[in-house]
Write a protein that binds this ligand. Sequence first.
Ligand code: BES
Ligand code: MG
Ligand code: ZN
Length: 501
Amino acid sequence: MELKVEISNIPLKNEKLDALIVFVAEDTNVYSSGLSGLPDELKKLLNASLKLKVFSGKKGSKQHFVSGYTKIPQMLAVGLGKKDELDTEALRRAAGNAGKMLSGLKANSVGFLLTSFFKESTETDVGQVIVEGLALGAYEFNVYKTKRNNKSKVNIIKIHCCDPEKITSLKALKYGKIFADGTNLARTLGNTPANDLKPKDIAAEAKKIAKQYNMECNVLEEKDMKKLGMGMLLGVSRGSTEPAKLVVMEYRHHKAKQKVAFVGKGVTFDSGGISLKPGKNMDEMKFDMCGAAAVLGAMKVIGQVNPKLNIVAVIPTTENLPDGNAQRPGDIVTAHNGKRVEILNTDAEGRLILGDALSYVVKEFKPDAIVDLATLTGACISALGHLTTAAITNNDKLMEQVHNAGIKSGDRVWQLPSFPEYGESIKGKYADLQNIGVGDSGTIIGGLFLEHFINGTPWVHLDIAGTSWNVKHISYHPNSGATGVGVRLIVDLVQNWKMLK
Ligand code: BES
Ligand code: MG
Ligand code: ZN
């Protein structure tokens, strides 16, 4: 299903639409929710329903009407919650709630009504937020269903913004669509099974985006990694016949004053390697490339919104499989920065491939800041569940920016402590470092391992193990499968970038 956006400034009673979405605040009537411009037929229906409390405007609530009004035969009322609690995320979720119903409306043109009711309720343009929520909520992953259910027969839906008071702009609506499309790309990459998404496919996607938006893209092969001394990345890839890749993309803006690097973990399947994972839920390890997907989705958006910053994206991508050539527990490898690392668990592979990628980006690009995104630890899910991304940092100013971007985008982030004592147990017995520590706090230890490869650059590590898939209770996310977390976080961060130092 493809959404197209359009806008018109004529009164609603002159519009002809297959369906209309109306946003209604809790415990209000049509007038106090800014809906006095509704055609009488629709107004009556909605008022009757509110009076009977069949529909209340509560958060998460919705009601579908078949109206009998020929110009707008269907209406979908969506609850906003309390008017004074309305903010960007609440509106995004209300729109996501509506988006989930879009395919079921069997409508080719679906309108939504914007009025001054929304004024000052969101920091970001309301039209943008609503389109973003709608397009995120409408996402479905059904490419592998031979008989796609006939609900989704409508292939293109025109999202028509009814904006008689000129609250928003076509540009804002398009931005909402671009942000959602980037997120939906990341979701699809995540959902695609590992037999159809290999390291070479990640590289091909990067090339495609770079070509489309005039960026540079360079893919390093295993022979290049050997020359560069990336013993950690090569060690992980040994157990798979699929060659590893290191994808490097560069976006430049002529007014840029700083350069930010994003590094995404791209393990297209994580079996654990010789330290094999248990069979239960191992299928979910196709999602172990969601960091890479976030970076790719963000680069696609960045190519269209042109932030005033130089941006480099680095994706180490490989499978982690256990064949006769696989790396063993006890092996010692040499990292790109020369450090020797003892592999004590081949399933702690994310930090190995990221370590080489981080050291490489620091040396070759000297970025002012680095943010890495990785489905790094199962422990992250124990700590924060599926609703919040964990962060480890060496720089409070960068952390604050990332945190704020999390609030604005909905991709919320919470910092974990990283006192140096947590890192004691990864000091090596036979080598400089070992790839696992002892005891609990695995998410912190994983982050502190990475810190050995950034050479003091301002850095935030984001563990998206919990937030990358199977997120419940956020209406614009699918009920299962990949969320595309990180895409809108990265984009918000670079769009609102504040100089470090
Ligand atoms: N990809 C996993 C982390 C993961 C596990 C994410 C489950 C989401 C759900 C990562 O490569 C891994 O296996 N980490 C190990 C680290 C441990 C060996 C220190 C883990 O979390 O068990
Ligand atoms: Mg290999
Ligand atoms: Zn692993």
